[in-house]
Design a protein. Sequence first.
Length: 345
Amino acid sequence: MTGREPVTVLGIETSCDDTAAAVVRGTDIVSSVVSSQVDLHARYGGVVPELAGRAHLELLTAVVGDALDQAGLGRRRPRIAAVAATVGPGLIGSLLVGMSEAKALSLAWDVPFVAVNHLEGHLFAALLDHAEVRWPVVVLLVSGGHTMLVSMEGPGRYRRLGATVDDAAGEAFDKVARFLGLGYPGGPAIERVARDGDPTAFSFPRAMLDEGLDLSFSGLKTAVVRTVERHPEAANEDVAASFQAAVVEVLVAKATRAAQSIGAAGICLAGGVAANGPLRGALEEACAELGIPAYLPSRAMCTDNAAMIGAAGAWQLLHLGPSRLDVAADPALALPLLAEARATG
């Protein structure tokens, strides 16, 4: 991927509610540990930022130790080239915990610190499972906070093709699941219930389906609420299946249109919603029709993890150098695009 000797990096990810650490060598995962906070936040129907930050404080040091132990590196002065951590986007309290630990470790071990963009980390996730990726590819990044289509011409070379104009796909899943009383997180809950439902029971809108590459899910969410209000007898299974079918159809249609528009050599999925079974199946079918591969990350690499942060950090260290220790967390950090200047802080 880099044309240079791969380096070993400790990655740390605490952008939201997963406390994660991993050791990677280039794009090879040596170890990966994720401590989920789902049970902590489930009672509230979503992530509580203050609780997430406190949980990271309690969990992170042990998670980092486990990742180092599993990699056989030891905890005192591990043989690594750098410590990489997510600096944004994400919850400010959560980001600060991971960044602070990463900077402290870089000083204690006398190795560079690398500040990694969480969205760029997701773009590297598919590379951890598919080293054979050919460029350019379209990356469909779908998560609770972001939904966008990116032309990836290679590591570090990105162009945004389209994005949601309102709700992210994952946010829509969470809100619909909460409305239906299915619990949190919404994506797995919707998928589980939808297996017993009829995806044609309700004809929910496919907003902007034939309009460019931008997406919209706010109207779909509202349509679900209005439909259930008019049909209180509707089975959750049918509502969930019909809602999921609408989301999947739009995502796949936009991704394939984007691929055709740039002559992509393949389509990658990334982000938490990339773990959705119907979406993965539909994208594979669409790519087969186009005659291009679908690069699907393993489900473990779809959700927030530190292996993708380590991989992005390893590439950044070799090609852009280390980051300054005074780099600040940025909850609204944007994906670095080719039209924008890149800086390491």
